[in-house]
Design a protein around this ligand. Structure first.
Ligand SMILES: [Zn+2]
Ligand SMILES: [Zn+2]
Length: 325
């Protein structure tokens, strides 16, 4: 293990520094970029979220005629679907990694298990606290944005783009969801670190220094309103509703994977699937670095990029020292 950023919790540290994706290399590297798009960005989780979105649109979403006018029943149906999907992924990961402890601490960033008996969490229990904020507030705000967006399309205020008309445009927009989400996340997250907003809202998410699958969208309702506002792009840019669904599913569910606390999930002898996001894990550890995600490396542009190496750690510490004067 070559990486040696001092870690008081003695957990797993990935070997290699975190690098920017080949998409941003100059001169351009088209083959490397394509490889990264398919494997680094989309496989396996991105493809899974796209699949869930397609299935949800076909089987788990009310018909367009229904969604043309606001009614409690169809909005509640969407809430139930979103909560069930989150329960399936976050609950499934939690069961596999933390209840069954299938791989014990292997690839776990922080060697401690999730907190119990800590007063900062509701019911003094980190998992129950995280589940409450994710389901009660997270799924609700996500559903309201999604339902409003469906209503705009169903009632004809925004013209729905059909697959038979513009398949290439829609495929590009599907990939665009991953970039829009991570770019939007950098901006809204930077805003949430503005002291008044941090103290009012974002502090709740940061109570989790050691994260688990339910930490993903465990946020204050005000943060949920800001975090899920990315739906607004589809109020101006017309797409197909399956892309509206993907936007919510990616924003609502992918954080349970990235916050899982485990860099890799072992699926058997020598079989592993990538899970946790060390880049964001460092944000939970050190707060003032890595506001965004690697697919849109805004932190690199604005000097808050921490690649996990001792050198990057020194830069961060020096900056903190300067900030004190
Ligand atoms: Zn987080
Ligand atoms: Zn933060």
């Amino acid at each position: 293990m070559s990486l040696s950023v001092s870690d008081s919790h003695g957990g797993y540290q990935p070997d290699n520094p975190i690098t920017i994706p080949p998409l941003y290399f100059w001169p351009p590297k088209p083959l490397k970029t394509l490889h990264w798009l398919l494997t680094g960005l989309l496989f396996p989780w991105g493809f899974l979220f796209i699949l869930i979105s397609v299935l949800s649109w076909n089987y788990l979403t009310p018909g367009t005629e229904k969604m043309a006018s606001f009614e409690f029943s169809w909005i509640a149906q969407i809430w139930l679907r979103n909560a069930a999907l989150l329960m399936l992924v976050a609950g499934g990961l939690h069961w596999w990694l933390y209840i069954r402890r299938t791989q014990e601490r292997s690839y776990k960033y922080n060697s401690n298990w999730l907190a119990t008996g800590r007063k900062k969490f509701l019911w003094s229990n980190q998992v129950k606290d995280n589940m409450f904020w994710s389901i009660a507030s997270g799924c609700t705000v996500w559903t309201l944005y999604e339902a409003f967006t469906h209503w705009l399309y169903a009632s004809g205020y925004v013209q729905q783009v059909e697959w038979s008309e513009s398949p290439v445009y829609l495929v590009l927009m599907i990939i665009g969801v991953f970039f829009w989400s991570t770019f939007h996340f950098y901006l809204n997250h930077r805003l949430l670190h503005w002291k008044p907003l941090y103290e009012l809202a974002h502090e709740l998410h940061h109570r989790n220094v050691n994260t688990g699958p339910w930490t993903g969208i465990s946020m204050h309702p005000l943060e949920h309103i800001i975090y899920f506002s990315l739906f607004a792009l589809w109020w101006i840019v017309p797409v197909h509703p399956v892309i509206v669904l993907l936007t919510g599913i990616y924003q609502g569910i992918s954080p349970s994977v990235s916050h899982s606390g485990f860099d890799q999930i072992e699926l058997g002898k020598n079989k592993r699937v990538t899970a946790g996001d060390q880049f964001h894990n460092l944000h939970h550890k050190y707060f003032e670095v890595n506001y965004g995600n690697t697919p849109t490396p805004m932190d690199r542009l604005f000097g808050s990029w921490h690649d996990g190496t001792p050198e990057a750690h020194k830069v961060m510490k020096d900056r903190r020292r300067l900030d004190q004067y």
